[in-house]
Design a protein around this ligand. Structure first.
Ligand code: AHG
Ligand code: MN
Ligand code: MN
Length: 341
């Protein structure tokens, strides 16, 4: 029986390093550091039910959300791996109000900054549902000294790399450096991420829509009408669609990337700017989905074109199969036109 060649994440990164004519391996090492931290987080996620790491640690993060212990652990692991790796000078994390300066003797010339959601889907930690980590990598714009907020105030189009880890039935790392999307599955027997999903592409059209319909009454009219459109009977356009909502962005996103589909977290009466954060949830996933042939907007504007003004700013998001995102934008233009301010 022919043995399929196993390509580990490390081998793949080195092989693809030639994509970057001026690369001296810094980005390769930075991606390696993220891979290392994700294996450590994965180990804790897998035994979360067994050790005292479940539940809340009593603090509240800057989002005003009760922080689960695994959020804190994951945040510490990624910051520690990036600090030791020496290729990153600053981290912008969901769990830290301000930019975290991680320079050391090793990293004083580091040229990258990383925005990260160390644990996405926190509300699902205690109920054994898939959770994830989302990361976004930029070149620093400041010339020297500690990484500063301005290093993160770059449009999503400026990202050098972006990816996520999903801690699910298997643990996968999916990332892009702007030359396609590749997925790696962790093989626990060798402790390596192995290439399992080369050159991932999302179907242009799908049959799954993912939105928290519990907030229906608070949605803009265009979104309400789109949800009814998904539920209508129409053989020609394969409707009604299926509704799937896991409540972990990474898990809903990953399912859509593989099967085709659409995820929407719109603006609502309570959250006029939406709930999801631009820098470490929406931008990295928008980079990935565009590289996979999909689309990501706030319903009106391309996510990657939004100029950030705050580390934790939120944005509505419509992301997934290209034609499904365009259809939502059509409904919003017609029923919830943006009033020019
Ligand atoms: P996080 O755990 O990093 O705060 O992210 C949670 C997000 C996202 O994962 C998910 O899609 C969304 O919250 C679910 O929000 P609702 O519970 O309001 O539907
Ligand atoms: Mn999140
Ligand atoms: Mn989080």
């Amino acid at each position: 029986m022919s043995k399929r060649k196993v390509t580990t994440l490390g081998q793949f990164i080195i092989e693809r390093q030639d994509d970057f004519p001026y690369a001296k391996g810094e980005l390769s090492r930075l991606l390696r550091d993220i891979g290392i931290a994700s294996k450590i987080v994965n180990r804790e996620v897998n035994k979360a039910g067994l050790v005292d790491i479940l539940g809340e640690d009593g603090t509240v993060n800057i989002q005003g959300e009760h922080v689960k212990k695994l959020d804190v652990f994951a945040n510490e692991q990624f910051i520690s791996a990036l600090t030791c790796g020496g290729e990153c000078c600053a981290v912008g994390s969901e769990e830290n109000e301000h930019v975290v300066d991680i320079r050391s003797d090793v990293s004083k010339n580091a040229k990258y900054v990383v925005a990260i959601d160390p644990l996405d889907g926190s509300s699902n930690i205690d109920v054994n549902v898939s959770i994830g980590t989302i990361f976004s990598i930029y070149r620093r714009t400041s010339l020297s000294g500690p990484g500063v907020l301005n290093d993160f105030m770059q449009r999503g189009t400026e990202q050098v790399a972006a990816g996520y880890i999903i801690y699910g039935s298997s643990t996968m790392l999916v990332y892009t450096t702007g030359r396609g999307v590749n997925g790696f599955t962790l093989d626990p027997s060798i402790g390596e991420f192995c290439l399992s999903h080369p050159d991932m592409k999302i179907p242009k059209q799908g049959k799954i829509y993912s939105i928290n319909e519990g907030y229906y009454v608070h949605f803009p009219d265009g979104i309400k009408k789109y949800i009814k459109y998904c539920q209508e009977e129409d053989d020609k356009t394969n409707r009604p669609y299926s509704s799937r909502y896991i409540g972990s962005l990474v898990a809903d996103f990953h399912r859509n990337l593989i099967k085709g589909g659409l995820f929407i977290y719109p603006s609502t009466a309570q959250a006029p700017k939406g709930k999801l954060r631009l820098l470490y949830e929406c931008n990295p996933l928008a980079f990935i989905i565009e590289q996979a042939g999909g689309k990501a907007s706030d319903g009106y504007r391309r996510i990657l074109d939004i100029q950030p003004t705050d580390l934790h700013q939120r944005t509505p998001i419509v992301i997934g199969s290209h034609d499904m995102v365009s259809k939502v934008e059509e409904f919003l233009r017609k029923h919830s036109p943006v009033v020019a301010v």
